[in-house]
Write a protein that binds this ligand. Structure first.
Ligand SMILES: [Zn+2]
Ligand SMILES: [Zn+2]
Length: 379
């Protein structure tokens, strides 16, 4: 819990799960920041998406909400002492549908510019799972091989299909500014924090840190796995995306957590989810970053432990580590890809070796990752 709770005023009370709250916050410089909990169109695990708005060279909005939630967005903003026409820009913390899912509706009604990290506009027209070169590593090949056996075509189809309209609209979204690391706009600073997604950024304003899904209370953000993009698409991408290793993977995510922790402990974190849940606010600071690193350390410990005691395949490990309820239908893909992200990190630390047939073995003592995490934690 941070020393200073940034809450100044509750403008509208919402539900126990966080839906519908509208609050006024205040930075250490006395600047008003409003938080609007935009309920998702269907109830999801993460709860509402928190959109924020403040004045910095005109009104700046951080994130919009999930597809189908535009009415909730407008309704929440109607409680504020500002008009949606006055918004100068919308900045996306990253390009996941629960953040930029109503960009199309917003842009068709309002003139505000859209800003996002530079990888956003380069990748926005692609479904990342379709452009990934799955032949690029044994683990990625295994992930596809096992899921094609375990996940029915109808499950796969409904999952992918659900996003078709979203991607069609997203491809057409016009981005006015491609953001880079450390850029400053008056009092607002951009920090690249890739890992949860390639385009994840956090925004610093006075003593506030808007983290999107980089750091969340209650939830451990999902890390991406390493993503090599198919050659034919990679060729048309800008230079900074030719090598995708700085943008994807658990190692990248953990590095980004280390980066945000090194900014010092003066920040109040304003996350995109779970700022309010179960009838209470969750006020957090950077120490939450340490908890997230510890979560991943525990998972890495369990993986090494299982590998040392006879588990040696991706499917085995996934079934051993996740509860059965998390492995139903197409969910097993998300669970396995999370295990792949951890195995890739262990590979990078030289703690495991994956044979061409997908058999995974611990090399040496399998403890290099512990040292690596120690380095990331030492701020
Ligand atoms: Zn996300
Ligand atoms: Zn999210």
């Amino acid at each position: 819990m941070p020393n200073n709770i940034p809450l100044k005023n509750i403008i509208r009370k919402g539900d126990d799960n966080g839906d519908g709250w509208v609050i006024q916050l205040e930075t250490d410089k006395g600047r008003a920041v409003y938080g609007i909990a935009v309920a998702q169109s269907s109830s999801g695990r993460t709860g509402p998406t928190w959109s924020y708005v403040f004045e910095n060279d005109g009104f700046t909005v951080v994130d919009l909400g999930t597809p189908g939630s535009f009415d909730n967005f407008v309704d929440g903003y109607s409680q504020l002492p500002l008009n949606l026409n006055e918004i100068q820009r919308v900045i996306f913390t990253h390009g996941h549908s629960d953040h930029d899912g109503t960009a199309h509706e917003f842009s068709s009604l309002y003139k505000a510019e859209i800003w996002a990290h530079k990888t956003y506009s380069s990748l926005k027209k692609y479904k990342i799972w379709e452009i990934q070169d799955r032949e690029s590593s044994v683990l990625q090949k295994e992930l596809m091989r096992i899921s094609s056996i375990l996940i029915s075509d109808s499950d796969k189809f409904s999952r992918w299909n659900q996003y078709s309209d979203y991607y069609a609209n997203k491809g057409k979204t016009s981005v006015s500014k491609d953001l880079s690391n450390q850029e400053i706009f008056k009092d607002l600073q951009i920090i690249e924090t890739p890992g949860h997604s390639p385009d994840q950024i956090v925004l610093l304003l006075d003593n506030f840190m808007f983290t999107g899904d980089h750091i969340l209370p209650e939830i451990t953000p999902h890390p991406t796995s390493n993503t090599i993009i198919q050659k034919k698409i990679s060729n048309s991408l800008p230079c900074f995306l030719k090598d995708t290793s700085p943008w994807f993977g658990l190692g990248t995510y953990l590095n980004s957590l280390s980066t945000t922790m090194k900014l010092g402990n003066k920040y109040s974190i304003l996350p995109a989810h779970r700022l309010h849940n179960k009838g209470e606010f969750n006020w957090i600071d950077q120490s939450r970053g340490l908890e997230i690193i510890s979560h991943h350390e525990k998972r890495l410990n369990r993986i090494i432990h299982r590998l040392n005691s006879n588990s040696d395949s991706l499917e085995d490990l996934t079934r051993g580590i996740f509860e059965k309820s998390k492995l139903l239908g197409a969910n097993i893909f998300a669970a396995m890809s999370e295990i792949v992200a951890h195995l890739e990190f262990l590979e990078e630390c030289n703690d495991i070796k994956v044979s061409n047939s997908g058999k995974i073995n611990v090399t040496g003592n399998g403890i290099n990752y512990i040292k690596k995490l120690e380095q990331l934690r030492s701020v």
